[in-house]
Design a binder for this molecule. Structure first.
Ligand code: 26M
Length: 822
């Protein structure tokens, strides 16, 4: 009999083909013969989206019908999602079927997947972590909603002109987004400006009313987030800002059409563009509006859900656990108080208990300059009622501090939510620490340093609130999807349970001593390197040798991450070749990638330096192609998925104590790269897992860095006493890399010689020695691959599934919800 075709939910090849053809015609107005690649991508994606919606619908019905389920609300100003088609096919377990369906229609699935424009709604680590976590929550069957902002323009696209970074607007919605559904019926309004009034309610209680200047409407857009090979499907809910329709100007200003137009523009601007910084730039009014806008929308939405299922307002914490991804959404503490106290007339003390029981806060940085603070005046102007509530929270909290630590005025001023040392500021981390029942760092070292340094007072006040949850990454995107060669090799050897249970990779350990396996492992890596080499040729024009060592540093450009330390090493190798052209040197391809914040001059100059050194080294005949330096433009999730699988050496060389965790470090190791790294962030734990012998460690420890600073660190002294270092710096200053311009890179070299806040000079000789050991090890192919296989085998801990289990047990107190059993 003919197969039964199910156009909306069938997972077999015939159903998929029929669904694609119908979407192509009824949504795109095309047929297979006259389709464009983008129309085809849209049709395939709508086909997949249909299937996700069925799972989402069933999951949410099961969850909301059960009054005892606590849901997670992951609030984040950034979700760096990356392309969606591939992961969804993997999660639904229909990659092979879709490949065949598309092929039978006359196309290639890889080409179709490459058509997707990724949603780059994040800057870097913090945004990508949020994306890994919503993936893992779905896979662990934790009912959850990711709440954030639907930026019209995400992180800028980077192009390189004459060696310099140029920023281009990211128009990711240009060709349509098949993964989202607008939910205008769930729109909510957010107040801005104006003043507050007091009044007596019907019970003669004193209440406060916020009379805003204007309101903005938030429209939610939902994207389904499928779990890996489980029926659960959560969603990401991102808010778009629009003008509030009924807002009436005529009552103020008779028929002022232009005023109305201005108001519309002002409203829509809130969700227009992602701020491309990964540190604090005080006083950016629009950024504070973005934060309050998405937090208020999300909390109203959560309260609507809670009430729809018969919850009492003060029982909000029984339905919801909120995780604040850094302080960007920490105004939630005050906004939830405002909703409970002003809108639902809950008693202050009850509301405070509800709020604190709901919220938890993740810190992602120790750098004091990155801690968010907003001028009190800006708060008063934009969200006056929220500021009053913060004052009240602070007043009550400081009373508690003085009774716990009588006479300790230092503590009072340090812990106050308001910084009163000069111009007054609202300190967002303090607001989060007061109003959250749990506070966590993102790696063991980071959590320890947090407790010793910036949050020390808070540990003395609330020791029970502190936790560590070491970051993790999703192996579905970063191994199964991005490295099919390695995945298939692992599956052949130990089966296919590991992507959902990464500890299973331990079973690979014995294969490290199996020469035949090592050979297959090596050839998978080589194939991945050939693919990347072709892409490098296409994007930069540089020809690289796939059998050279691929030495890779991809991450945001930052002085503390020390991309320029690697540049010093490259120049040292170049000098060795110039001094002795016949020297025996391991061929290396240095690959850099990463964006600099548009206003961060030093970071942009480091990009220029990398490109300038590349221009000289790549074209010098003495080098005989043994060294190549490439700056891969526009590092994003799509490009990352091609780079990690092709890396031999992973550079994780931040100044110890500065990188909170790092997550790229984990993606490299999972793909069989060896790490050269400092004892910083999660490097410490990666080394612990893979074994000291399988990790190239160098550099000062965090404690030694602090000691050196206390004892008067003198970078110039180190320079004076290290000839190789002097030659490297001289070569930069000679103008050799800048067409004779001896000033271009002076800001970098002067800073290193006279200030060197990130201690490159102190670590230089240790780094060079360690790199020489790396080169020696590389010469022994069997040994290198043995170490690389052990790295893969021991990465179980760094699955984001493990991180999410930690959050569930230590912080959220929620359990997996099996919708089949519900
Ligand atoms: C703040 C104010 C205004 C505009 C932007 C910001 C801002 C945006 C992103 C500040 C920080 C931002 O991100 C910081 C970040 O990505 N931190 C990284 O978080 C990762 C996940 O925990 C860690 O692995 C990295 O070590 C840490 O640097």
């Amino acid at each position: 009999s003919a197969p039964t075709i199910d156009v909306r939910s069938g997972m077999d090849v015939e159903s998929l083909k029929q669904a694609i053809t119908e979407h192509l015609f009824y949504q795109q107005g095309r047929n297979i013969v006259n389709t464009s690649l983008n129309d085809l991508y849209m049709a395939v994606s709508h086909t997949v989206h249909d299937r996700l919606l069925q799972h989402e619908h069933k999951t949410m019905n099961a969850v909301f019908d059960n009054n005892n389920v606590r849901l997670v609300s992951y609030m984040s100003a950034e979700f760096l999602m990356g392309p969606q088609l591939g992961v969804n096919l993997i999660d639904l377990n229909i990659m092979a079927e879709m490949e065949q369906a598309v092929q039978e229609l006359g196309f290639s699935l890889n080409t179709i997947m490459a058509q997707e424009e990724e949603p780059g709604l994040g800057n870097g680590g913090l945004g990508r972590l949020a994306a890994c976590y919503i993936d893992s929550m779905a896979s662990q069957q934790i009912p959850a909603i990711g709440y954030g902002i639907r930026y019209e323009f995400g992180i800028f696209d980077q192009v390189i002109r004459d060696g310099w970074q140029v920023e281009i607007t990211d128009k990711w919605l240009r060709n349509g987004n098949p993964w989202e559904s607008a939910r205008p019926e769930l729109a909510v309004n957010v107040k801005f400006g104006g003043h507050t009034e007091s009044y007596l309610d019907s019970n003669e209680y004193l209440r406060y009313r916020w009379k805003p200047d204007y309101m903005v409407t938030g429209i939610p857009y939902d994207t389904p987030i499928m779990g890996y090979k489980v029926p659960s499907c959560n969603f990401l809910r991102l808010w778009k800002s629009e003008a509030e329709e009924s807002f009436d100007f005529s009552s103020f200003n008779q028929g002022d059409y232009y005023k109305a137009v201005e108001y519309k523009v002002k409203s829509e601007n809130i969700s227009k563009v992602l701020y491309p910084n990964d540190e604090m730039l005080g006083g950016k009014k629009l950024r504070l509006k973005q934060q309050y806008f998405f937090v208020s929308c999300s909390l109203q939405d959560m309260m609507n859900i809670h009430l729809r299922f018969d919850g009492k307002p003060q029982d909000f914490h029984k339905r919801w656990a909120i995780q604040l991804n850094d302080t960007h959404p920490s105004v939630a503490v005050a906004e939830l108080m405002r909703i409970l106290v002003d809108e639902y007339h809950v008693d202050w003390d009850v509301a405070w208990h509800t709020t604190c029981s709901t919220c938890s806060y993740t810190n992602h940085t120790l750098l004091p300059e990155a801690l968010e603070k907003w001028p009190v005046g800006l708060f008063a102007y934009l969200i006056p009622r929220v500021l009053e509530i913060i004052f009240e929270i602070n007043y009550r909290f400081l009373k508690e501090v003085s009774s716990r630590f009588p006479g300790d005025n230092g503590k009072l001023s340090r812990m106050s939510i308001i910084d009163e040392s000069g111009e007054k500021f609202v300190r967002m981390a303090n607001l989060a620490c007061v109003g959250c029942c749990a506070i966590n760092g993102v790696a063991e070292l980071h959590t320890e340093l947090l407790k010793q340094q910036i949050l020390h007072d808070w540990v003395e006040m609330f020791p029970e609130r502190f936790h560590n949850v070491t970051n993790g990454v999703t192996p579905r995107r970063f191994v199964v999807l991005s490295n099919p060669g390695l995945s298939n090799l692992i599956i052949e050897s130990i089966g296919d349970k590991w992507p959902g249970k990464l500890d299973e990779l331990r079973k690979l350990e014995p294969f490290a001593d199996d020469a035949a396996f090592r050979e297959k492992f090596r050839s998978v890596k080589l194939e991945n390197k050939k693919i990347l080499a072709a892409l490098i040729k296409e994007r930069t024009g540089v020809v690289v040798n796939p059998s050279s060592m691929f030495d890779v540093q991809v991450k945001r450009i930052h002085e503390y991450k020390r991309q320029h330390l690697s540049v010093l090493h490259i120049i040292a190798l170049y000098l060795r070749i110039k001094q002795n052209p016949d020297i025996d040197i391991v061929p290396r391809t240095f690959i850099f990638g990463g964006k600099a914040a548009p206003g961060y001059f030093s970071a942009k100059l480091i990009i220029k330096l990398i490109n300038s050194v590349g221009d000289v080294v790549n074209n010098d005949p003495d080098v005989k192609d043994r060294l190549k330096v490439v700056f891969f433009p526009d590092f994003n999730v799509t490009n990352a998925q091609l780079i990690y699988p092709a890396a031999d050496l992973s550079e994780q060389i931040s100044t110890a104590g500065k990188e909170a965790s790092g997550t790229g470090n984990m993606k490299f190791s999972m793909n069989g790269a060896l790490t050269i790294g400092t004892l910083d962030g999660a490097n410490v734990e990666i080394r612990e897992e893979v074994g000291n012998d399988n990790f190239f460690l160098f550099g000062l420890t965090a404690a030694q860095v602090e000691d050196a600073k206390r004892n008067g660190y003198n970078p110039h002294f180190i320079y004076d006493n290290n000839e190789e270092l002097r030659n490297v710096i001289s070569m930069i200053n000679s103008g050799r890399f800048s067409n004779g311009d001896t000033n271009l890179f002076k800001p970098i070299t002067d800073n290193l010689l006279w200030h060197d806040p990130f201690m490159l000079m102190a670590d230089f000789s240790l780094y060079i020695a360690c790199q020489d050991l790396v080169a020696e090890t590389w010469k022994n192919t069997a040994e290198w691959n043995r170490m690389a296989i052990l790295n893969v085998a021991r990465m179980g801990k760094f699955s984001s599934d493990r991180s999410i289990q930690d959050y569930c047990e230590k912080i959220w107190k929620v359990k997996p919800f099996n919708i089949r059993k519900a």
